[in-house]
Design a binder for this molecule. Sequence first.
Ligand code: MN3
Length: 248
Amino acid sequence: MTVIKRRNLLTIAASVTVLSATPRYGLGQSNVNLNTYRESGPFLLPSLPYAPNALASTIDAETMSLHHDKHHATYVKNLNDAARIAPQIAEHTIDHVLANLEHVPESIRMIVRNNLGGHANHSMFWEIMGPGGGSAQGEVLAAIVRDFGDIDNMKADFNAAGARLFGSGWVFVTVTREGRLAIETQPNQDTPLMSGKRVLLGNDMWEHSYYLRYRNRRADYLKAWWDVVNWKKVGERYKKAKDGTLAI
Ligand code: MN3
């Protein structure tokens, strides 16, 4: 009994320490938990898993804050508005709704496509970045070598695809259940989830993600972005994709 009480106290003490050290972003889950999306709203903005200035070597804090606190938050707000019209969009998983948009009432289908796509894309985006992201290792590195020759080839193909994309959209590396990798781009907030695929990683080609620092130099942003890819998370996503447990 005494041991349990002591453990509880230690847990509480640890929580208080985390809260006081990083009041706003300290609660951010390092892994996006879909259950938390439904605690209120029903859709909820996931916290950034790091401080907004943590990726400043590549992405400045103002861009991170605007991007997360304004752009992503707006997608979530729009989804909650849509859920008042069509509650069923919150009663299924995000990937299921995106893969079955024809079941969403036509009057709000484009709103759901844009905002749920945006919600899924950005939730993935925050998760696969981090300070000191390390390098690709293990299974995911083996898959990259098998499917692209080497990691520099993959980055070059990805960067070229992102640079070619006209207007706003995303560039992705998709992953199949068999672990096969491929590069694809999508316009707007469309996502490979809409065709039942899974995303290993992706970069946001909307100007709001890079314009403050990089201006019109999208290619420079694409090149610098690899420095903040969290390869540990990407490796986890690769394993989940093969296990069939990668949700978004
Ligand atoms: Mn964006």
